[in-house]
Design a protein around this ligand. Structure first.
Ligand SMILES: [Zn+2]
Length: 410
């Protein structure tokens, strides 16, 4: 593409600004919340998006809905829309998700979370950033190519999925098992980023959520000698675990932010209701994010060893359970085509050199990496996802759309 052509494409995307705001406002009005979180799913929202896509003129629009009897529609919708390129064997996918998390405490919202509120460059509402911006920027990126009749080098396609926030079984996993994607495809997941749009996520850490129960003997607080203080032992065990894990798994990898594994004690269950009883049972949790160079089963076996050693030394029983365990998939190479095309396009639109990084984990990209498909996570965002007064900036939506529209033609 010549500079003049790029300029024409950028002007086309710019011309969609007010239409994009309207589109986003519509997206916000659908409460696409997962049944696990008390919602009715994404059905109505998907139908609205599909109707919008049908007017654009894609070469192919397909639905891959997954059966889910917990929602009124009995289906979790997934939309795939393709615009064919010169090479029909390879596809650049822009993957976004329709589901949103619940608004949380409504008193913390300045406006109705399910009614768009536009103020200057910002659109407020639940799901504006996560992941409405991605839905809108990818839709308008492809609309520009279709409207200008620019033939991409290979297919470009949208995968707009359900169920990202609660496990992806009815969303991206359903598409992967339905063989929608090929190994040689390129995947961009606009679902995390920073304010400058200068980071491309290519790797993630393994995740371990662990629950520890310490059982001692309950007694009156004035006679600790008659019992075994589970709270005291839980604190001591927690610190011993933390220190063992931090010192044993101490590799630095500058690809990641932060550049090391983290092992954080987080939730603690209520033990006794009153101050003057020594608890006989104390339950605490760890959230661990482990660099992919470590084997998480080895981490688990060291945790187990420490717990049984603790039981041998002290008069308590220690039980530990895995609440969640997700082994990091192999990272997407910094040299991969998807990362290189993304970097080049970001440079052309924003004039910056984006760098590849690893994060703490948890987007659709992991599912692709596990399936052996190159996937990069990128967007420009102030990171307000899951917060009250979530917003996206229209300028980010438009500039991200320019980046996506360039990727298949440079
Ligand atoms: Zn998201």
């Amino acid at each position: 593409m010549t500079t003049a052509n790029n300029k024409r494409l950028f002007e086309e995307v710019e011309s969609y600004r007010s239409e994009a705001v309207k589109f986003m406002s519509n997206l916000i009005s659908y409460e696409a919340i997962a049944p696990e979180s008390g919602g009715k799913g994404e059905w109505e929202k998907a139908n609205f998006i599909q109707t919008f896509l049908e007017k654009i003129g894609f070469d192919e629009i397909k639905r891959y809905d997954a059966q889910d009897d917990r929602v009124p529609s009995k289906r979790r919708p997934n939309i795939v829309a393709k615009y064919f390129g010169e090479n029909k064997e390879k596809t650049l996918w822009l993957v976004s998700h329709m589901d949103v998390v619940p608004p949380g405490d409504l008193s913390l919202w300045k406006t109705n979370p399910f009614q768009a509120f536009v103020e200057g460059d910002k659109i407020y509402g639940r799901g504006t950033e996560d992941d409405g911006q991605a839905v809108a920027s990818s839709v308008f990126a492809l609309k520009a190519l279709v409207d200008l009749k620019i033939k991409p080098k290979f297919n470009v396609a949208l995968a707009i999925v359900s169920d990202e926030e609660t496990g992806s079984k009815y969303g991206i996993e359903h598409l992967i098992t339905s063989s929608v994607f090929k190994k040689e495809d390129l995947v961009v997941v606009p679902d995390a980023g920073n304010e400058e749009g200068s980071i491309i996520e290519v790797a993630e850490k393994s995740i371990l959520w662990l629950k520890f129960s310490v059982v001692g003997k309950q007694t009156h607080a004035s006679t600790p000698n008659k019992g075994v203080n589970a709270s005291l032992h839980a604190m001591r065990l927690g610190i011993e675990l933390y220190e063992m894990l931090k010192s044993k798994y101490n590799i630095y990898d500058e690809l990641f932010d932060p550049p090391f594994s983290t092992f954080e004690p987080t939730k603690r269950e209520v033990n006794v209701e009153n101050v003057n009883t020594i608890p006989g049972r104390d339950v605490f949790y760890f959230d661990c994010r482990v660099l992919p160079s470590y084997n998480i089963n080895e981490v688990l076996s060291n945790i187990k060893k420490l717990c049984s050693l603790y039981e041998q030394i002290y008069p308590v029983e220690v039980k530990f359970e895995e609440v969640a365990k997700s082994e990091a998939p192999p990272p997407t190479s910094v040299a991969s085509e998807v990362v290189q095309r993304l970097k080049q396009s970001i440079k052309l639109v924003k004039g910056i050199d984006a760098r590849a990084i690893g994060i703490g984990g948890g987007t659709c990209a992991a599912h692709f990496r596990r399936a052996g498909i190159q996937a990069a996570v990128w967007m420009t965002t102030d990171s307000t996802a899951h917060q009250p007064n979530e917003y996206c900036k229209v300028s980010n939506l438009i500039n991200d759309a320019k980046v996506f529209s360039l990727m298949s033609i440079i």
